[in-house]
Write a protein that binds this ligand. Structure first.
Ligand SMILES: CC(C)(COP(=O)(O)OP(=O)(O)OC[C@H]1O[C@@H](n2cnc3c(N)ncnc32)[C@H](O)[C@@H]1OP(=O)(O)O)[C@@H](O)C(=O)NCCC(=O)NCCS
Length: 146
């Protein structure tokens, strides 16, 4: 699979993959806004023009806010998440960010484990943050090591 930048042309593929893979984290309108923000960085993994993974975030001065990462359910556990996150963090660093932050559910063990590979440490907690009542861990990592 190829690591590529994604934008408005990928809107429908993003909505489809989000629905399949995350149960609709963002609406089509939100996707459209996120894909067109000037300071957004959105990357994907594609094979023969089909989108199999997406990761998006926003640069805020010297911070990169990672909003989501998802891999098609049939293509997980073979390194695609790591490859995509590594590409996204390098791109964020290239755009001038020094640190990266995210929120992750305490119940999302796959994502917590992925973030742990990239040196993320928990610095705060938001109680009952998600629809399922789980808490959000607020994690940070230093981009200078990528
Ligand atoms: C989290 C997610 C992106 C990982 O993608 P992936 O392609 O499976 O990730 P990789 O194959 O690169 O694995 C990277 C690491 O993640 C962790 N991991 C991934 N799946 C895991 C699982 N089922 N159980 C435990 N750890 C897991 C492991 O630490 C793994 O490293 P390892 O293979 O050396 O043990 C994927 O599970 C996903 O899309 N989940 C649904 C969306 C989501 O919850 N996103 C995060 C919040 S926005």
């Amino acid at each position: 699979m190829k690591l590529v930048s994604i934008g408005q042309n990928d809107l429908h593929a993003c909505v489809e993959l989000d629905n399949l893979s995350m149960g609709g984290f963002w609406s089509e309108k939100q996707w459209s806004e996120e894909l067109s923000k000037k300071d957004s960085i959105c990357l994907g993994l594609k094979e023969s023009s089909v989108l199999y993974a997406i990761a998006c975030g926003l640069i805020l001065i010297d911070e990169f806010h990672l909003y989501l990462i998802t891999v098609h359910p049939f293509y997980r556990r073979v390194g695609n998440g790591k490859r995509l996150l590594s590409g996204l963090l390098q791109a964020a660093r290239g755009a001038g960010a020094q640190k990266v932050t995210l929120e992750v559910s305490t119940l999302n063990l796959e994502a917590c484990s992925l973030y742990n590979h990239f040196g993320f440490k928990t610095k705060g907690l938001r109680r009952n943050y998600y629809r399922n009542g789980s808490d959000a861990l607020i994690q940070w990592s230093d981009l200078n090591k990528y």
